[in-house]
Write a protein that binds this ligand. Structure first.
Ligand SMILES: *Cc1c(COP(=O)(O)O)cnc(C)c1O
Length: 427
C-alpha cells in the first residue's frame, strides 16, 4: 500500500486547486516549505497525515481560542445539524447571537450576521458611505480587512496619493477613494483630513494591528481617532475580526475603553465555522435593508450551525472568564522567547496584547508597517522551519500573530520554549 504523505497530497491539490490551497498564506510560500496536511485537532494539538503531532499556535488563524474540538462546540454543532443545516428563514439562534454580541461589546446596539470577516468590512464600509453620503475612506498601511477590492491597496502607497491596487483585477477606480494613513500616527490622519475631511465616510482600523504581526495602539492613538471622527462626522469602524473576544471578552474597545461607531467581527464568534458580523450605533444600522436604503444580504447569513458553534464559544468564554489565565500563559511564553533571544544576542522585538503575540527579527522598535518591514524575514523562515521540525506549529509568516488558547498547558508552553532554545543554533 502506498503511503499518504503531505508532499503527495500537496502535489495532487495543486492540480485542481490554484497553488494547492484555498487561501494563499497556507501554501507556505514565504517560508519555502510544503505545508503539512492536517487530519485532526484536539485541544492544543493538531495532527498531520504524516503522523506528526504539533502544538498549535495558529488556531485556524484566531478563531480557536478554546482549542480544537472543544466538547461544548462539538456537542452544539452535532445537536443542531441533526435538525437541519440551514433554512434561510429567521431562527431563535440569530437573536441569541445578536443579544450576546450586543451585551459583550458596549458599542453594539444592533448587529447583522454575515459569513466572513471580509463580508463584514465590505458591508460596514458600504453602510458608512450610505449613512454619510460621502465616498472616501481612510485605512492604515499594513492593516488587513479581508480581500475587499477597495481595501486591497498597496501599503505605504503614500498618504497623499490615491490608493494603488495591491492585486491584479482591481481597477484603479475601485481604490481611488481609499486613502492610506500611518498606524499610530495621528499627524498622518490630520494631513488627510485637512485635504478632504468632509469627503471621508469612514476610518477603518484594527484597534490592535494583527496582520502585520502584533502592534498595540500607542496611548492616545485610538482616542485621537475617536475625537477626530466625532468632530468631522466620520464613521469610526473598528475591525475587531481578530481582536473581538480575543484580547478581552468585549474586544479591544473594552480593553482600551473606546466606543467605535461600527465594529466588524468574525473568527472567534464562529467557533471555527465561517462567520462574520458587523454592528454598532442603532441610527447607523437602521440604514440597512430592509429598514433602510443600504442593500446587504446573504443566503447563509446567520447559519444555524455557525450560530450554534459561535454561541457555545461565547458562552464558554463568558462562564469561564479565561482572560486572566490567558494573560498569564501568554506572558510566560512571550517573556520566555524574549529572554532566550536576548541571551543569544539575536536582534528581536517582541510584542503582545493578551493572547496575541509576535516576535520580529529586527533591532528596531516596531510600531507601524514601515518599522515591521525592517524584520529579517529569512531569519524568520529559518526559525519557522526549525520550530516546525520540533513540532511547534506557528503561522508561516513573519507578519502574522501567534495565538495562545485556553487549552495550552504549562507543559505545552515549556516544550515550546525548549524548542525555541534548541532552534537558536539553526537560525
Ligand atoms: C481575518 C481578518 C479579516 C478577514 O476575515 P475573513 O473571514 O478571512 O474574510 C478581516 N479583518 C481582520 C482584522 C482579520 O484579522
Amino acid at each position: 500500500m502506498t503511503q499518504i504523505t503531505s508532499q503527495k497530497l500537496f502535489a495532487r491539490a495543486r492540480e485542481v486547486i490554484p497553488g494547492g490551497v484555498n487561501s494563499p498564506v497556507r501554501a507556505y510560500g514565504s517560508v519555502n516549505l510544503d505545508p503539512p496536511f492536517i487530519i485532526r485537532g484536539r485541544g492544543s494539538k493538531i495532527y498531520d497525515v504524516d503522523g506528526n503531532e504539533y502544538i498549535d499556535y495558529v488556531g485556524s488563524w484566531g478563531p480557536l481560542i478554546l482549542g480544537h474540538a472543544h466538547p461544548a462546540i462539538v456537542y452544539a454543532v452535532r445537536e443542531r445539524v441533526a435538525r437541519g443545516a440551514s433554512f434561510g428563514a429567521p431562527t431563535i439562534l440569530e437573536i441569541e447571537m445578536a443579544e450576546e454580541l450586543c451585551e459583550a461589546l458596549p458599542s453594539l446596539e444592533m448587529v447583522r450576521m454575515v459569513n466572513s470577516g471580509t463580508e463584514a468590512t465590505m458591508s460596514a464600509i458600504r453602510l458608512a458611505r450610505g449613512f454619510t453620503g460621502r465616498k472616501k475612506i481612510i485605512k492604515f498601511a499594513g492593516g488587513y480587512h479581508g480581500h475587499v477590492d477597495a481595501l486591497l491597496i498597496e501599503a505605504g502607497s503614500g498618504a497623499l496619493t490615491l490608493g494603488v491596487p495591491d492585486s491584479a483585477g482591481i481597477p484603479a477606480e475601485f481604490t481611488s477613494n481609499t486613502l492610506s494613513a500611518v498606524y499610530n500616527d495621528l499627524d498622518s490622519v490630520d494631513e488627510l483630513l485637512m485635504i478632504c475631511g468632509n469627503e471621508i465616510a469612514a476610518i477603518i482600523v484594527e484597534p490592535v494591528a494583527g496582520n502585520m504581526g502584533t502592534i498595540p495602539p500607542q496611548p492616545g492613538f485610538l482616542e485621537g481617532l475617536r475625537e477626530r471622527c466625532i468632530k468631522t462626522g466620520i464613521v469610526l469602524i473598528f475591525d475587531e475580526v481578530m481582536t473581538g473576544f480575543r484580547v478581552a471578552y468585549g474586544g479591544a474597545q473594552t480593553l482600551y475603553n473606546i466606543k467605535p461607531d461600527l465594529t466588524c467581527l468574525g473568527k472567534i464568534i464562529g467557533g471555527g465555522l465561517p462567520v462574520g458580523a458587523f454592528g454598532g450605533r442603532r441610527d447607523i444600522m437602521e440604514h440597512l435593508a430592509p429598514l433602510g436604503e443600504v442593500y446587504q444580504a446573504g443566503t447563509l447569513s446567520g447559519n444555524p450551525l455557525a450560530m450554534a458553534a459561535g454561541l457555545a464559544t461565547l458562552r464558554t468564554l463568558k462562564k469561564e472568564n479565561p482572560y486572566p489565565e490567558l494573560e498569564k500563559s501568554s506572558a510566560y511564553l512571550g517573556d520566555g522567547i524574549n529572554t532566550l533571544l536576548t541571551e543569544h544576542g539575536i536582534p528581536h522585538y517582541c510584542t503582545r496584547v493578551g493572547s496575541m503575540l509576535c516576535t520580529y527579527f529586527t533591532a528596531a522598535s516596531v510600531y507601524n508597517y514601515e518599522t515591521a518591514q525592517t524584520s529579517d524575514c529569512e531569519r524568520f523562515a529559518r526559525f519557522f522551519a526549525s520550530m516546525l521540525k520540533r513540532h511547534i506549529y506557528l503561522a508561516p509568516s513573519q507578519f502574522e500573530a501567534g495565538f495562545v488558547s485556553t487549552v495550552h498547558s504549562q507543559d505545552d508552553l515549556d516544550l515550546t520554549l525548549e524548542a525555541v532554545k534548541t532552534s537558536l543554533a539553526e537560525i
